[in-house]
Ligand binder design. Structure first.
Ligand code: GTP
Ligand code: MG
Length: 194
């Protein structure tokens, strides 16, 4: 997949505000600070299409982007950040669950997990929602640059087991070195209708 154009469309919290479901859509989900916004910027070769921050909890809305005027990308709000207000924390699950349930054009989700962290209750909850709705998903292990190649392989083996997935469903990724970028783009292309 070659990305020629990428454009921010809008932010939303509820279905009435979502974009018209005209393009096949790919959503990005994961814990706060895991690198969702950085991953999208790396995929589309832009430094600041999506705002990133070293402060977790930066993305608290559902953000819609259009790619090449034919695909839609969605940056979902992050979870698991204790310091955001309770209101925001309690809004996350219904907001994301509702998004997943109504989006008929959703072709798949990229679930991001920091390579150094073990998945928590939210990751398993998300995977349950994907399974319930038969939404295909791919797991991207972010911040791979923080570990040596040997340690990356070790974590890949451990996480494959913990998540009960096949090794080929997990991708080692770094927005810093761009490791895994082509692989993620290839997998996204495979999720899209041909
Ligand atoms: P929220 O919007 O808060 O949910 O966070 P996010 O998942 O969008 O994370 P974001 O992309 O804003 O990145 C969070 C921090 O991690 C930033 O300081 C990034 O520079 C850093 N970061 C993201 N990806 C990588 C990576 O691959 N390697 C390294 N070393 N740092 C990264
Ligand atoms: Mg973000």
């Amino acid at each position: 997949m070659i990305i020629k154009q990428a454009e921010f469309i809008k932010s939303a919290t509820k279905p009435a505000q979502f974009t018209d479901p005209v393009f096949p859509e790919i959503a990005f989900a994961g814990r706060s600070n895991v690198g969702k916004s950085s991953l999208i910027n790396t995929l589309v070769n832009r430094k600041n299409l999506v705002k990133t921050s070293s402060k977790p909890g930066c993305t608290q809305l559902i953000n819609f982007f259009t790619i090449n005027d034919e695909i839609s990308f969605v940056d979902l709000p992050g979870y698991g950040y204790a310091k955001v207000s309770k209101t925001i924390r309690t809004q996350w699950a219904p907001m994301v669950d509702r998004y997943l349930s109504v989006r008929k054009n959703l072709m798949g989700v990229i679930l991001l997990i920091d390579i150094r962290r073990d998945p928590g209750k939210e990751e398993f909850e998300l995977m349950d929602w994907f399974a319930k709705r038969r939404i295909p998903f791919l797991t991207v292990l972010t911040k791979a640059d923080k570990l040596s190649r040997t340690k990356q392989q070790k974590r890949l083996a451990i996480l494959t087991k913990t998540l009960e997935r096949r090794k080929e469903d997990l991708i080692l990724f770094s927005s810093k070195t761009r490791q895994g970028r082509e692989m993620v783009l290839g997998e996204i292309a495979a999720l899209l209708p041909s």
